[in-house]
Design a protein around this ligand. Structure first.
Ligand SMILES: Cc1cc2nc3c(=O)[nH]c(=O)nc-3n(C[C@H](O)[C@H](O)[C@H](O)COP(=O)(O)OP(=O)(O)OC[C@H]3O[C@@H](n4cnc5c(N)ncnc54)[C@H](O)[C@@H]3O)c2cc1C
Length: 404
């Protein structure tokens, strides 16, 4: 459905505003604490019961995926309407009802490459947050050179049989299903890869959490031993998975950049400027006393502003019909730098408080900042390393030639 004229958009705005006022519980209009993030799935937990009410209502309306077709449970909104919905949600400070790899990367790829039955089967559950997905791309010997992956998928007549290992599979131990890259032809590289889906409860699937320096374990090593997969769970054509894989990476990089690795904003962490004023002190004009730090924090704020305007411009270009493309790599690179700079500044401005790890001696925000600073080290690796994204920008955006 295409609503393009201003009057109809205004009508939509009033209807959306009314619906949001009536359906968004008051506690869903407050900053979200990390432990209240909703990932959905078969074993979904809702620390705040209102978050389930909010997810169910938004999912039912298709507004967790406002622009996806109504036929598959999406909101069926035009770009303009989706934009209005976003503004209206921001107006009442509504929390995102769902965090989901399905919404951010798998769903958009399936809408493009899946067949009708696959879309009918999987998309509605993504919209409603009923199935949680994880991403089985990286392997111990295939990260940046992803196409070197070795996880084997053999055609056994009435099913496929999968053997191999993935690594860094975020939330594999909590996910219900995996979208996975497998090797279906060993004689060629890129043309021997297929894109397949399976249930993480299938016999032969094992996910082992990896402990990180931040003290958290959201990642797993994932092992597949003789995993039987029904043939109708192959997406696209056999050996045609590389195109889907690349497209999904573009969606991944775009969604990472759109969020700017910003987290939920409700973790109790103040900004670098606030911490610097608290711990470094202020001059008589109320500014951060240390001129060098003041300058660097100002630079960072300008970067954040420029980044957000660029993301906005890219969204406008997409609205005008230009699909998500290699500019996703520019934004992913910039978002990683921005978030890492922010955490460096945070730690510096916290002074000795920035050593906080656990116990009563440090405030909640300081302890969180220390762990997030360590976590931010991964920003320039996840979703494709900065070096690889710079290579993509050099070749695909600037048109430079390979080094000879
Ligand atoms: C927080 C986090 C979450 C992740 N989540 C997932 C997930 O859910 N699912 C999943 O499948 N994977 C996930 N990954 C894996 C991630 O995609 C890979 O780690 C990443 O692609 C890099 O691969 P690698 O670790 O094998 O590094 P390598 O490829 O070994 O790279 C090592 C270094 O060499 C550099 N390098 C390599 N090749 C080149 C080149 N051609 N030119 C210049 N420099 C080069 C790299 O940039 C890097 O600095 C996650 C990683 C992190 C850190």
């Amino acid at each position: 459905m295409a609503y393009d004229n201003a009057e109809q958009l205004e009508e939509f705005r009033l209807a959306a505003r009314k619906w949001l006022e009536e359906n968004c519980p008051p506690s869903m209009r407050t900053p979200m604490l990390d432990d209240e993030i909703v990932w959905g799935g078969r074993n979904a937990t809702f620390k705040n019961p209102d978050s389930k009410v909010w997810l169910d209502r938004m999912g039912e309306k298709g507004w967790t995926a406002p622009e996806w077709p109504k036929e598959y449970g999406g909101g069926g909104l035009s770009r303009g309407e989706a934009r209005v919905l976003e503004q209206e949600m921001r107006r009442i400070k509504a929390r995102p009802p769902l965090f989901s790899f399905g919404l951010w990367m798998f769903g958009p790829a399936l809408l493009e490459f899946g067949n009708y039955e696959q879309k009918l089967r999987f998309i509605p559950d993504i919209v409603k947050g009923k199935i949680r997905w994880c991403q089985g791309y990286s392997e111990p010997g295939a990260g940046s050179d992803l196409a070197d992956l070795q996880t084997r998928c053999e055609d056994k007549g009435d099913h496929y049989l999968i053997n191999g290992q993935k690594v860094w599979t975020s939330y594999a131990d909590k996910a219900d299903w995996i979208f996975c890259l497998v090797r279906t032809d060993t004689s060629v590289k890129h043309e021997g890869i297929s894109f397949i889906l399976f249930d993480m409860k299938s016999p032969g699937v094992e996910a082992r959490p990896i402990q990180l320096i931040s003290g958290e374990s959201p990642f797993c090593e994932t092992f597949f031993t003789d995993v039987k997969v029904p043939k109708d769970q192959l997406v696209g054509r056999l050996n045609g998975g590389w195109d889907i894989a690349k497209r999904l990476l573009q969606f991944e990089r775009s969604s990472i950049s759109a969020g700017g690795f910003g987290g939920t904003g409700g973790s109790g962490i103040l900004g670098p400027e606030d911490y610097a004023k608290q711990h470094v002190g202020t001059d008589e004009a109320g500014r951060i006393a240390d001129g060098d730090m003041r300058g660097r924090i100002t630079d960072h704020k300008m970067y954040v502003k420029a980044f957000s305007l660029t993301v906005q411009r890219q969204a406008e270009q997409a609205k005008a019909g230009q699909a998500v493309g290699h500019t996703a790599s520019i934004l992913k690179y910039a978002a990683a730098k921005m978030n890492q700079d922010r955490h460096e500044l945070l730690i510096e401005s916290l002074g000795t408080e920035g050593l906080g790890w656990e116990g009563e001696g440090f405030d909640r925000g300081a302890k969180k900042a220390t762990r997030q600073w360590l976590r931010s080290k991964g920003n320039s690796i996840e979703g494709g390393t900065s070096e690889i994204n710079l290579n993509v920008v050099a070749k695909r955006v600037l048109g430079l030639k390979e080094h000879q």
